[in-house]
Design a protein around this ligand. Structure first.
Ligand code: DOR
Ligand code: ZN
Length: 407
């Protein structure tokens, strides 16, 4: 058995030797005589899971493809991503799903699950869960009168349903020139209305619901324990008052809110009351972001979220337990992934962090930019995917095809 030894967080920081067999953690002991990799001052942590990325394959490979997206994830300490179905073509049939699998399986550098949209024969595919939009931003849109059927059908599969909960009937479909106008056209009521609608319909159905990118503390409170939800780092760190190189770099759906709403969300984040932190990695080219009105919504983030969290952790701005809950334990638990903890039986997905190696965010996505560029962070030094090293001394050494699909 191979062992990785060093100081690890297992509820506290202690020296352990992690024995790995068939990609899984087989044993955790204090010392070992067997061959082992010994770390010094670094800390070993479970690698992160990102339950919300858009790797753009098929149809948007010029912005990101599954290789570049999953390589960026790996370098940022994320060894499992769940990829969204708003592709071209949209993943709304088993054919579209299976075609996507064929394309991405040779390219994935980390483990992945694929969401499916809901329509036709899609209930038979090997998806990790379903995704729907209550806003008519793309073909995955669900009309309000169909929410009930959707929840009933998804409930039968036993799989989770991730919901983009901005309600179409509340959105003002007009041209906007800046972040303030964009934020007003898709106001907070749209998010509140969508979440309330789903919660009330799902009360008697009991489908397994995850609300994506919650931007408001009051929505988080409303959801309480009734469903899972995630928030993004961009809604925690940026507001519509933030300044970007091009203003449309901050154009995203749901929109960046006002500074007061951002502060309220940040407070519950610090307090450990956000179950899941998801990047909503949605890369678009800088070229497409120059003109605000025509710019597509979305920004990259899988390449920055964990490195920034690790820096916050080092500065004592968040607790270790809060971080592990948000990016490891809760994502694993809700989506049924055998990852997210240094425990016997789990996949040996580990990151090794040198907390003295402060760095700054550099874009790792194919899109070539990051809204977090220049912000302080700590990248993982080494990353292991099921016991195999895929990042060595901050350098990616993995390959496309190493990642396995999780169903
Ligand atoms: O800003 C966004 N961009 N919000 C979404 O819901 C979709 C995403 C994208 O795919 O670009
Ligand atoms: Zn998204």
């Amino acid at each position: 058995m191979e062992f990785i030894c060093g100081r690890a967080y297992t509820g506290r920081i202690e020296h352990v030797c992690i024995g790995i067999e068939d990609g899984k953690i087989a044993e955790i002991r204090k010392t070992t005589e067997s061959s082992s990799k010994e770390y010094g001052s670094e800390i070993i942590l479970p690698a992160a899971i990102d339950v919300h990325v858009h790797f753009r394959e098929p149809g948007g490979e010029y912005k990101e493809d599954f290789f570049t997206g999953s390589r960026a994830a790996a370098m940022a300490g994320v060894t499992c991503v769940l990829d969204m179905p708003n592709n071209r073509p949209a993943i709304l049939s088993s054919d579209a799903f299976n075609e996507k699998v064929k394309k991405v399986e040779r390219k994935a550098c980390v483990d992945y699950g694929l969401y499916a949209g809901v329509r036709k024969d899609v209930y038979e595919v090997k998806c990790i869960g379903y995704k729907t939009f209550l806003s008519a931003d793309n073909e995955i849109f669900c009309q309000p009168q169909n929410i009930e059927t959707l929840l009933i059908e998804v409930k039968k599969t036993g799989k989770p349903l991730a919901i983009h909960a901005e309600m179409e009937e509340c959105i003002e479909r007009r041209k906007t020139q800046n972040l303030r106008e964009h934020g007003m056209a898709r106001g907070k009521d749209c998010e509140i209305m969508g979440v309330e609608r789903v919660l009330s319909i799902n009360e008697k159905i009991g489908a397994k619901v995850h609300f994506c990118h919650v931007t408001l503390a009051e929505v988080a409170e409303k959801i309480g324990g009734k469903a899972s939800f995630g928030s993004t780092l961009h809604h925690l760190l940026f507001s519509r008052e933030s300044r970007f190189g091009y203003e449309a770099m901050g154009k995203v759906n749901p929109p960046l809110r006002g500074e007061r709403e951002r502060e309220n969300l940040y407070r519950i984040f610090e307090g450990g009351r956000i179950p899941i932190l998801e990047s909503d990695h949605a890369p678009h080219l800088m070229e497409e972001k120059k003109d605000f009105e025509s710019a597509p919504s979305g920004m990259p983030g899988v390449d920055a979220t964990l490195p920034i969290l690790l820096h916050m952790l080092m500065e004592g701005r968040i607790e270790m337990e809060t971080m592990l809950d948000m990016v490891c334990r809760n994502p694993a638990k809700f989506f049924g992934l055998n990852k997210g903890a240094i425990e016997v039986g789990k996949d040996a997905d580990l990151i090794v962090v040198d907390f003295s190696a402060e760095s700054t965010i550099k874009p790792l996505s194919k899109c070539g930019w990051s809204p977090y560029e220049g912000m302080k962070c700590i990248y993982p030094k080494d990353v292991y995917l099921r016991g195999e090293k895929i990042v060595d001394n901050y350098e990616f050494i993995g390959e496309g095809g190493m990642g396995r699909m999780i169903t």
